[in-house]
Design a protein around this ligand. Sequence first.
Ligand code: FAD
Length: 306
Amino acid sequence: MLTISALIWLSRQEGLKDFATRFRTFKKLTTRFVAGETIDEVIPFIREINAEGSGASFDHLNESVASAVEAEGEVLEYLHILDRIVDTGIESNVSIKLTQFGLGLDPDLAYQNARRVVVEAQKREIFVRIDMEDSSVTQITLDIFKRLRSEFGLNDVGIVLQSYLRRTYADAEELLQIPARIRICKGAYNEPEEVAFPDKQDVDANYVKVMQLLLTSGVYHGIATHDPKMIAATIDFVRREGIGKDQFEFQMLYGIRRDLQRQLAHDGYNVRIYVPYGKHWYPYFMRRLAERPANIWFVMKNLFKG
Ligand SMILES: Cc1cc2nc3c(=O)[nH]c(=O)nc-3n(C[C@H](O)[C@H](O)[C@H](O)COP(=O)(O)OP(=O)(O)OC[C@H]3O[C@@H](n4cnc5c(N)ncnc54)[C@H](O)[C@@H]3O)c2cc1C
């Protein structure tokens, strides 16, 4: 049986990435978690969720790019997304990764590239969320975010924190001083015990603590989870504290718990679905497999079906 760390390790193997992305059967399976290959392929889905009252966040899949040219391609893709959001009138913002904009090559390049996207997004009143990647880049991601936040408004650029990291509560307190719009999620990477809680119950307890801190800050945050316990804890807390349903949003990933996404929207909560698309799906797809053992059986069954 493949372990979670083995899957996360596999998600970083370049050779396998090339093999899997060329393997047609494998590619077909990705539709479970990846909305399409191009911007226009995912727009019908965004229209569908908009009609249900939910918003979207575009994510062009690519991370840890190998060259400044590749990073430039990512900037251009995001500028194109911004235009398509305006042209089509869909309700969507964008999520970016700094390693996609060249963080691994040169932090200043990543900052400049992210800035170019935020400048254009601001003109169109579209919010840009900076995803959080593994712990080797947590500090530099926060530093670049703070630099951008000092130049742009609260509703122009936001950040993500992960409840599995021991440092997160302190980071949330510091970011709220600015203030900043934060997405809290549990965290999707394989982290050492020195930096992250190894036990799920500690990750969950920290999630609830950070969620409560965020929701009492008066800033509009994203509560990103599919975990019914985290969702129930959030709903209980906002009811108890008299926090309005319009003061925050639940966020979920494309392809996961569609039933819950619809239910929350139906119950009058703000819901935003993170919609990944593109050809570089391999690391994202492998992280989704690692989150739930049943997903591995789903893949195996379908691969051997031919
Ligand atoms: C909108 C959004 C943005 C995110 N952005 C980031 C980010 O920037 N950085 C980062 O590190 N992580 C990010 N994540 C991923 C997150 O950290 C978790 O890895 C992921 O959400 C699973 O955690 P959970 O809260 O759903 O709880 P879990 O306890 O993992 O799952 C709860 C339940 O949700 C369902 N579920 C969860 N994952 C899956 C899956 N892959 N397949 C099928 N069912 C599943 C299952 O029913 C499971 O029992 C994001 C998640 C969301 C929803």
